[in-house]
Design a protein around this ligand. Structure first.
Ligand code: NAP
Ligand code: F7E
Length: 358
């Protein structure tokens, strides 16, 4: 960043600030949801703090896309969620009104190749947070970023808060532990701790390895003739995709209730990977025609017949989650949650951003 910041490496001793409305901590603030949640809370007048793990570039991730004034309002604390000492002293010294625990190794594919670090961050990190709240700041309201990956291979459709869990990856298993840890602390110690079981939500800030961003980025490159085609994994999976900007509102709503609880956030409609590819290219003026079977299937430009999309099995996962579709009736009724961006709107936001970016 080119402008000066006032970050804190030291969490010793209580910090005295002029407290505006409420004070919130976001772990995982540099990620996709961290960007939208910080913006949302700052607009509400919150004092926003973020826990950021150090990297060699001292980079602030997606926070760099906030306007300078907003960015400078965020109080950054450098630290890793797996570090029990910093998590405890931060929670103890700052006495947050709300903690949004979003930090995670969130990529399902990588969780198969890096299961240990996925467990350390997603389970150990979560335990550090809930335990610090219990010990040092029991009035703090706590949000845990659970996920539709808890449902995995369940056969029930659509999935809601009563659907049995059947995770299919180390990521899913780690989030299941986080879900139950949060619920167990809530029930054992009478703490305000809620789980948001969020289905896939995407945006212009989505990490580049996730399938929606990968498709959009590469489709724009194809249209610009920077590449001829790109490779993808399992085309048969279906996901219930929403817009991240809508989902962070639901996170906040969960912490404004009289009682804590567990809530599904989802659109209630799912779409295949082929459909997302078709929609992205359609927005760029290209109609996709599919030809072939299995790993030989290709997506062609229906007019020029050029192959634009191929399958590479290296993107397949050892175990796949074939289909997810959520039922967010509880959140709609109890929280008043109302997502605004539908599938077509999501694709448009993502493609337009990518077109404007380069
Ligand atoms: P994301 O973009 O991958 O962001 C993850 C964040 O966690 C980043 O800020 C990352 O920091 C941080 N982080 C990772 N390991 C950390 C560590 N050891 N210590 C401190 N920070 C660490 O994820 P997202 O899409 O915003 O998702 C937010 C949360 O919701 C995650 O917990 C995810 O698992 C969960 N979730 C996401 C979805 C979805 O569809 N997006 C759905 C359900 C649940 P760096 O910048 O340093 O990497
Ligand atoms: O994959 C298939 C892939 O990586 C979606 C995370 O935010 O949402 C996300 O997890 C689907 C899978 O997201 C490629 O096999 C095909 O079936 O975009 P994804 P995800 O695994 O659903 C949940 C709710 C979270 O909680 C997670 O944190 O797309 N797919 N071809 C591909 N996926 C990727 N990444 N790359 C491909 O080339």
């Amino acid at each position: 960043m080119s402008w000066e910041r006032r970050d804190s490496f030291d969490t010793l001793g209580p910090k005295i600030y002029n407290r505006p409305m409420k004070k919130a901590l976001i772990t995982g603030i540099t990620g996709q949801d961290g960007y939208f949640l910080s913006k949302f809370l700052l607009e509400k007048g919150y004092e926003v703090h973020g826990l950021v793990r150090r990297n060699s570039q001292m980079s602030y991730g997606n926070l760099q896309h906030l306007d300078k004034e907003m960015f400078n309002k965020i109080r950054i604390h450098w630290g890793d969620v797996t570090d029990h000492a910093i998590v405890s002293s931060l929670i103890k010294n700052e006495q947050f009104d709300e903690v949004y625990h979003l930090a995670a190794q969130s990529f399902v594919g990588v969780s198969f190749s890096n299961p240990h670090s996925t467990y350390d961050i997603n389970i150990g990190g979560t335990l550090n947070l809930v335990n610090a709240v219990k010990e040092y700041s029991p009035k703090t309201r706590f949000y845990f970023a659970a996920t539709s990956e808890l449902y995995g291979a369940t056969e029930t459709k659509p999935q809601n808060e009563t659907t049995p869990f059947y995770p299919r990856s180390p990521y899913g298993v780690s989030k299941l532990a986080g879900f139950w840890t949060t619920k167990n602390y809530r029930e054992s110690y009478n703490l305000f701790m809620s789980n948001g079981i969020l289905f896939n939500h995407e945006s212009e800030m989505r990490g580049e390895e996730f399938v929606t961003k990968k498709i959009v980025r590469n489709a724009v490159k194809v249209v610009r003739k920077e590449i001829e085609s790109f490779e993808i994994g399992n085309l048969d999976a279906k996901r219930d995709w929403g817009y991240a900007g809508d989902y962070v509102v639901g996170m906040w709503q969960m912490l404004q209730q009289d009682k804590p609880g567990d809530y599904v956030l989802a659109m209630g409609r799912n779409h295949g990977i082929r459909e997302f590819i078709e929609a992205a290219f359609k927005h760029l003026g290209i109609t996709i025609a599919w030809e072939g079977q299995g790993v030989d299937e290709v997506g062609k430009d229906a007019t020029t017949k050029q192959v634009l999309v191929r399958i590479n099995p290296k993107f397949f996962r050892p175990a796949e989650v074939d289909e997810l579709i959520g039922d967010a009736s509880k959140a709609r009724t109890e929280l008043g949650w109302e997502p605004k961006v539908d599938f077509a709107g999501l694709v448009k936001i993502m493609v337009d951003y990518e077109l404007a970016r380069n």
